[in-house]
Every structure is written in structure tokens, then in C-alpha cells.
Design a protein around this ligand. Structure first.
Ligand SMILES: Nc1ncnc2c1ncn2[C@@H]1O[C@H](COP(=O)(O)OP(=O)(O)OP(=O)(O)O)[C@@H](O)[C@H]1O
Length: 392
């Protein structure tokens, strides 16, 4: 079992591990920027298991070449990106061509990998055994895309025509659908839903068919929860819009062709809306497909974070999303020092951890405790280290 502490030895690139039970040979595979030294173990990484463990370990996560999706989510700042990036590195180092995607508006993949992965396109990550690509999707751009897609071009023209023909009543219904509101203030979670659907679009193309593992670093909890109810909401509201648009379009084109002998125009805006609706439905189906998709909750050992994780878990289950693991990150080691603060903090964390075992939503999950290490986790070597302690 890996027992570890990781701490910064110098201000430059050298890190030194305090590891026990890890041979020098296994060390060499970490990175040249990590120097092996044997220190006394400071703390132990615990994986609190449930009877289902055999089915939810890393072996199961890498088994099979069919594409699988892993969504990591939780409260802000708990370590979602670090966990997602470390999982992606581990998949790639186990032979899976992997794509790691950030749909969090505050991207930190570049910081986590310590490589420039910005730009909204697939960027190769250096330093892993199999192809690993990263994609940071810009929420603003996706919002613009949505706005453009849902802009009902020419509607005011349609409305004027309809009014002048005495058909204003029909166009009034547009108002009832709160169309303007939807366009001006897209519902929270929409950015992320579009981002995910965009990734799925990418993946449909032949070029990207080789990716067998897709890891999502999702936006903080609130967004994810809203995202889950979003596809149904959009499905319904876009569905209504589409019906109404079709009615209006057919009425106006008939009238136009009667008076102006114009050819009825193809309605590209409606096509785009319909496309968006279909994509949202695909996102919803992806989340619910337990054969291919797993949502992993990341939390920290505080009562507040655990309560939030419990709510997230309940909502995910309600939406039929498969949740089997809970990572409790940043667990403090048992303190051997006189540091009162450390002792108190650890006691507090242990109390918080106890609440998981009594929580009706979380108790049945595989609980993986990941240690708080004494240096920020960054770069491939750090992520590999984290991956080896978390993903077993
Ligand atoms: N176990 C750990 N030990 C030490 N530092 C950690 C650990 N896990 C994460 N960190 C550090 O904590 C910070 C936040 O981590 P990370 O960016 O992964 O969180 P996040 O949940 O993705 O945050 P956000 O919600 O802001 O995107 C980073 O500096 C990361 O290196």
C-alpha cells in the first residue's frame, strides 16, 4: 500500500517524496523531476471499501476498449481538476487514447498539467505513454453559439406581417413562451450542456474515434445539478418553440407566396434549434447510460462539502445517473507533532468522515480517501503520483 507525503524541497523543479513500501524501481517511473528518497511514512492512504469494490476499482475502469465517459464533479476547489487530470494521465499510461475535457467556466486544466492547453481545440498533452488530449471549452463561446442558434431571425418581420394580416394572436404566443428571456439569460447549466454536446459532436467524427476514455472536469455542483434538469426543460421549451415556429412559418410562407409569389424559404434558425434540442437529448442520454458513463463525486472532509455531495448524489440518482465512487480529497495525515491546529483539524475531518458512513446517499458508495499532500499537485509527475494513490 502506498504511504506517502510529497513536499517541495527547493524552489525549482525538484520534489522529494516521503514514501514507504515503494521500491526504487517503481520510483523511476514517476518522473526525472522527482528524486527517490526513503522517508518514514507520514500517513496512510485509505480506501474504505464496500462489498461492491471488486466491481468499481480501476481494473474495471480500464477494462474494455469501448468508449467510456467519466464525469468528475463536486463543490468548487475540492480537487475536481486534479482528480480528473490524474485519471486521464492514468488511463493514457494504461494504453487508452484519452481525452480530458474541461466544461468548468474557470478552466484549470492548463494549470493542473502545467502545460498550455487553452484555445478551445484539442491540444496534445506531453509526457504520457498513449495519446492524451485536452480540451478547454469556452463557456462564453458556447453561449454565443446558443444565442446564434436560437435567434429566430426575421421574427419581427414575421410578427409585422402576421399583425398586418390579422394573425397577431399567433405571434403573441411567442411572448408566452418567454422566448426573449431564454435568449437573453440562458438558463444556468446551458453552457455546460452545450459544451458536452460539442464534445460528443467532435467524437462522432472519424478522426476522434480512437479515444476510448473521455474524462470530464465538470463545473461546480450547482451547474451540474441544473444541467441535469436542463435537457428536459429545453426539450420541452424548444419543442414548443419549434411547433409554433412551424405554424408561423407555414402561415407566412403561404401568405407570402399568395401575395408575392415568393418561394417558401428554408428556416435555418429552426433547423439549428432542432439540432440543439437533439444534442441536449443526447447529453441527457449520455448521463443516464450506466453502461458507458459514470459520475464520480469529489469532496473534502468537511461537513459542508459532504452535505453538498449528498445532495448532488441524490439528484444524480434521481436523474438515473450512475454514481459509485466518492473521493474524499485532502485528508490530513494523523499528526505526530505538537501542532495543536493539525490535531484539531484532523479530529474535525474524522468527525466529518464519520458522517459519510451515516449518510443515506453516500454510505453505499466506494469511498476513496486521498491525502492532502504538502505541495500543490501540478504537472504530469504530480498527477501521476496522485493517480497512483487515488485510482486503484
Ligand atoms: N490532495 C491534495 N493535496 C494538496 N493539494 C491539492 C490536493 N488536491 C488538490 N490540490 C490543490 O488544490 C487546488 C485546487 O485543486 P483543483 O483545481 O483540482 O480543484 P477544483 O475542484 O477543480 O477547483 P475549481 O472548482 O476551482 O475548478 C490546486 O492548487 C491543487 O493543486
Amino acid at each position: 500500500m502506498a504511504m506517502a507525503s510529497l513536499f517541495h524541497q527547493s524552489s525549482k523543479t525538484h520534489f522529494y517524496f516521503a514514501l514507504a513500501n515503494v521500491s526504487r524501481r517503481s520510483f523511476s517511473s514517476f518522473s526525472t523531476s522527482f528524486n527517490a528518497r526513503t522517508f518514514k511514512p507520514l500517513f496512510q492512504v485509505r480506501a474504505v471499501t464496500t462489498p461492491t469494490e471488486a466491481f468499481v476499482g480501476f481494473d474495471e475502469m480500464i477494462s474494455g476498449t469501448q468508449r467510456k465517459y467519466f464525469m468528475l464533479g463536486g463543490k468548487g476547489g475540492v480537487g475536481k481538476t486534479s482528480c480528473a487530470a490524474s485519471l486521464a494521465v492514468k488511463f493514457a499510461n494504461h494504453g487508452h487514447p484519452t481525452l480530458v475535457v474541461s466544461t468548468d467556466p474557470a478552466h484549470s486544466l492548463s494549470d493542473s498539467f502545467d502545460q498550455n492547453l487553452t484555445g478551445g481545440a484539442l491540444v496534445p498533452v506531453q509526457g504520457v505513454d498513449s495519446p492524451l488530449y485536452a480540451l478547454e471549452i469556452s463557456p462564453e463561446r458556447t453561449r454565443e453559439e446558443f444565442r446564434a442558434a436560437s435567434q429566430l431571425r426575421g421574427d419581427s418581420g414575421v410578427k409585422n406581417i402576421m399583425d398586418s394580416m390579422g394573425l397577431g394572436m399567433l405571434s403573441e404566443q411567442l411572448g408566452e413562451l418567454k422566448l426573449g428571456e431564454l435568449l437573453d439569460t440562458p438558463p444556468p447549466g446551458l453552457d455546460e450542456a452545450i459544451a458536452i454536446s460539442k464534445v460528443m459532436q467532435f467524437l462522432e467524427s472519424k478522426e476522434y474515434s480512437t479515444f476510448s476514455r473521455i474524462v470530464f472536469d465538470t463545473a461546480p455542483t450547482g451547474h451540474t445539478l441544473r444541467l441535469l434538469s436542463l435537457p428536459d426543460f429545453l426539450d420541452a421549451s424548444i419543442g414548443k418553440m419549434m411547433k409554433l415556429k412551424k405554424k408561423i412559418a407555414s402561415a407566412t410562407s403561404t401568405l407570402k407566396s399568395m401575395f408575392n409569389k415568393e418561394e417558401p424559404q428554408r428556416d435555418h434558425a429552426s433547423d439549428k434549434l432542432e439540432q440543439l434540442r437533439e444534442r441536449m437529448a443526447k447529453v441527457r442520454d449520455l448521463f443516464r447510460d450506466s453502461e458507458t458513463t459514470e459520475f464520480i463525486i469529489v469532496t473534502i472532509p468537511t461537513v459542508m462539502a459532504i452535505n453538498e455531495s449528498s445532495r448532488l448524489c441524490a439528484s444524480l440518482k434521481k436523474e438515473s445517473v450512475s454514481v459509485r465512487k466518492l473521493i474524499v480529497n485532502q485528508v490530513l495525515p494523523p499528526s505526530t507533532s505538537e501542532c495543536k491546529f493539525c490535531v484539531m483539524r484532523r479530529k474535525d475531518q474524522m468527525r466529518a468522515l464519520e458522517t459519510i458512513t451515516k449518510d443515506p446517499e453516500l454510505a453505499s458508495l466506494k469511498i476513496i480517501e486521498a491525502p492532502l499532500v504538502d505541495v500543490e499537485i501540478r504537472g504530469i509527475a504530480g498527477l501521476k503520483f496522485m493517480g497512483d494513490t487515488v485510482w486503484k
